[in-house]
Ligand binder design. Structure first.
Ligand code: FAD
Ligand code: NAP
Length: 313
């Protein structure tokens, strides 16, 4: 028989948003349960140095997340290694089914399931992830000072990342599969005016090439999307910027989403359209997508949930 666990606050997700919500909800004596999901610690466990987490000049992403987990646990948050497989937000208490068979019921839910960068799906891309291949210019651009870089994509993210990377790189090649950018015109203008950026139209990456020892990127083989001709571009960094996919599968039929699946919250808060359901972090943020902003929203969600519970007791 499956177990049922009731909690005042169910936090779904264990990235910076989830653990910060866990710290705040625990300190409000709300005895939250946090379900970690398939990636305990979230996206930062997939990276190495993090150099923009305030208070740490440099910290390894996985270490930071271990510390956040320990912090939430020390404050009294119950952290469970489980995955929520479905969520019913239509009636109270809210009900979550899980992979383990446990059913969680909750007076309030904080959704912190994050977002995932989309990848090209090439084996060579996978091989060099974290060793020259990245999906986060803000995080990793600093490592490519004076080097040549390629950026893949034609949307706002790709153009913003290419512009940002000119702060470090000697040259940025923007590789796009068409000859027309999806990015806003103002960003396109900035891109075309920037002498460090060279667009490469009608091309897609065929293979990331590099050294094995030490592991590192040395270039990309690109294929012309019409002629199939292969060319090699030397570079030390490859930034994939072909969009992000928010992990909103659990709620996309129940809550409004925008910009390709990001959960809509009331501006300046973490309140969704369903009272008692809050969303924080990358799941609701199509613009900033940073650890510190996610943690900030996790804090806001716990405070919003605390207020909601006090008003509905
Ligand atoms: P995430 O970190 O995405 O965590 C989502 C959590 O939800 C995971 O724990 C997952 O297991 C859980 N989850 C998902 N579905 C379910 C489910 N069904 N049931 C239960 N749990 C579920 N930001 C910076 O500020 N600095 C950096 O240097 C930096 N480097 C980065 C490097 C890389 C390679 C990547 C990919 C991102 C980087 N970022 C960086 C961005 C940063 O990691 C994210 O902004 C941040 O992790 C978002 O936090 P989050 O809590 O919203 O979600
Ligand atoms: P996006 O708008 O979906 O653009 C993705 C780009 O990647 C497109 O140009 C697409 O090409 C290309 N692409 C997709 N799959 C590819 C593949 N497999 N191989 C090669 N290229 C591929 O994604 P985004 O730029 O991340 O933006 C997502 C959302 O966030 C948008 O709503 C955007 O406006 C918003 N955003 C806003 C800001 C801002 O306001 N400043 C900044 C960043 C993002 P095609 O064009 O050929 O489809």
């Amino acid at each position: 028989m499956s177990e049922t666990r009731h909690t005042k606050i169910l936090i779904i997700g264990s990235g910076p948003a989830g653990y910060s919500a866990g710290v705040y909800a625990s300190r409000a004596m709300l005895e939250p349960i946090l379900v970690q999901g398939i990636e305990p610690g979230g996206q930062l466990t997939t990276t190495t140095e993090v150099e923009n987490w305030p208070g740490d000049t440099e910290v390894q992403g996985p270490d930071l997340m271990v510390r956040m987990e320990a912090h939430a646990r020390a404050m009294g948050c119950e952290i469970i290694g489980d995955i929520i497989t479905s969520l019913d937000l239509q009636k109270r208490p809210f009900t979550a089914q899980s992979d383990s068979g446990t059913v969680y019921t909750a007076d309030a839910v904080i959704l912190c399931t994050g977002a995932r960068a989309k990848w090209l799906g090439l084996p060579s891309e996978e091989k060099f992830k974290g060793f020259g291949v990245s999906a986060c210019a803000t995080c990793d651009g600093f490592f490519y000072r004076g080097q040549e870089i390629v950026v893949v994509g034609g949307g706002n993210t790709a153009v913003e990342e290419a512009l940002f990377l000119t702060n470090f790189a000697s040259k940025v090649t923007l590789i796009h599969r068409r000859d027309e950018l999806r990015a806003e015109k103002i960003l396109q203008d900035r891109l075309y005016k920037n002498e460090k950026i060279e667009p490469l139209w009608f091309h897609e990456i065929d293979e990331v090439i590099g050294a094995d020892s030490p592991l590192g990127v040395e270039g990309v083989k690109v294929k012309h999307s019409k002629t199939g001709q292969i060319t090699e571009i030397p570079c030390k960094g490859v930034f994939i910027a072909i969009g992000h996919a928010p992990a909103s599968e659990l709620v996309k039929e129940q809550l409004e989403t925008h910009h390709g699946g990001y959960v809509v919250v009331e501006p300046g808060s973490t309140r969704t359209a369903i009272p008692g359901v809050f969303a924080a972090g990358d799941l609701t943020d199509h613009i900033y997508r940073q650890a510190v902003t996610s943690a900030g929203m996790g804090c806001m969600a716990a405070l919003d949930a605390e207020k909601f519970l006090a008003e509905h007791e």
